[in-house]
Design a protein around this ligand. Structure first.
Ligand SMILES: Nc1ncnc2c1ncn2[C@@H]1O[C@H](COP(=O)(O)OP(=O)(O)OP(=O)(O)O)[C@@H](O)[C@H]1O
Ligand SMILES: [Mg+2]
Length: 265
């Protein structure tokens, strides 16, 4: 398996959008995809679940032994398997987070125990900032997808997430590097264009691609379907397809490397 968390230090930059749409784009390219919602917002379901309203139980219930793991998994668009976070009240969430804080490698160990099929891509949505969820995914990641907006605020906070990746991921031989997605790019806006250019220079060669500002993205969410299903000819659909293809190239290149991503798993 290849563990691919979608992370950022800033909120609202498109993590859930990118995670959800990469899942369905990768599945459309023949990949087996397991989508895990590790964000208490439990919002990944609204983008890809076949039935978003049937995702009230999930990861927390299974992790705390209330339901079997198999019954926490839901079918999602394009054959993706979705493990929702579940609807969890504040008290259970705090207890769960305390457990994660005490056992920082819980996710890595749990994924290893699942014994998923060879080559399966495990994408994880996360909440923003330095949370226990970020601590967990950084210890399990083979490749981090990092969305950032083409604005000064996002640019300024890039070093925060980079430091975390440098600390927990890069020293591991099974880490294949980061993959940045610059989101809500709007070439018509001068400042946005200038910041995008700065990001392009700075993030190369780890820039995966761009996702243009496109109304079909929020409209697809409002219709509870992936963007390519809602607007197959849109700019956003093209952008996501290109990111998915580059991601597969990165994974294939990492598998060829001497210290392969899967060598330690
Ligand atoms: N390329 C885009 N064009 C237009 N709207 C977008 C684009 N990307 C994301 N959005 C919108 O921006 C909002 C935030 O996106 P999203 O929920 O994916 O961010 P997030 O990083 O997951 O947020 P959070 O930190 O709260 O988890 C959503 O309403 C989404 O539809
Ligand atoms: Mg989100």
């Amino acid at each position: 398996m290849v563990v691919i968390p979608v992370i950022s230090s800033k909120g609202g930059v498109g993590k859930t959008t990118v995670a959800a749409n990469l899942c369905t784009a990768l599945a459309a390219r023949g990949q087996q995809v397991f989508a895990i919602d590790l964000d208490p917002q439990n919002a990944l379901r609204f983008h890809i679940a076949n039935d978003p309203h049937a995702c009230d139980t999930g990861l927390v219930d299974a992790a705390t032994g209330q339901i079997p793991w198999a019954s926490a998994i839901r079918p999602a668009h394009g054959g993706v398997m979705l493990l929702p976070f579940g609807d969890v009240d504040d008290e259970r969430q705090i207890v769960f987070e305390q457990q994660l804080a005490r056992h920082p490698t819980w996710l890595a160990e749990t994924l290893a125990r699942f014994a998923l099929p060879d080559g399966m891509l495990v994408l994880l949505d996360t909440p923003p900032g330095p949370t226990v969820y970020l601590q967990q995914v950084l210890r399990a990641a083979n490749l981090c997808v990092i969305p950032a907006l083409a604005d000064a605020g996002s640019f300024a906070t890039l070093p925060i997430i980079e430091r975390m990746v440098d600390k927990y991921c890069r020293p591991r031989p099974d880490y294949a590097g980061s993959a940045y997605v610059v989101n809500q790019v709007d070439p018509g806006k001068r400042l946005n264009h200038d910041v995008f250019e700065m990001m392009r220079q700075r993030l190369r060669p780890e820039l995966l691609g761009v996702l243009h500002l496109d109304q079909s993205v929020p409209e697809a969410l409002a219709s509870a379907v992936p963007v390519h299903r809602y607007a197959p000819m849109s700019q956003a659909t093209q952008d996501i397809a290109s990111c998915a293809e580059r991601l597969l190239e990165r994974i294939a290149a990492a598998r060829q490397a001497p210290s392969s991503m899967e060598s330690t798993r």
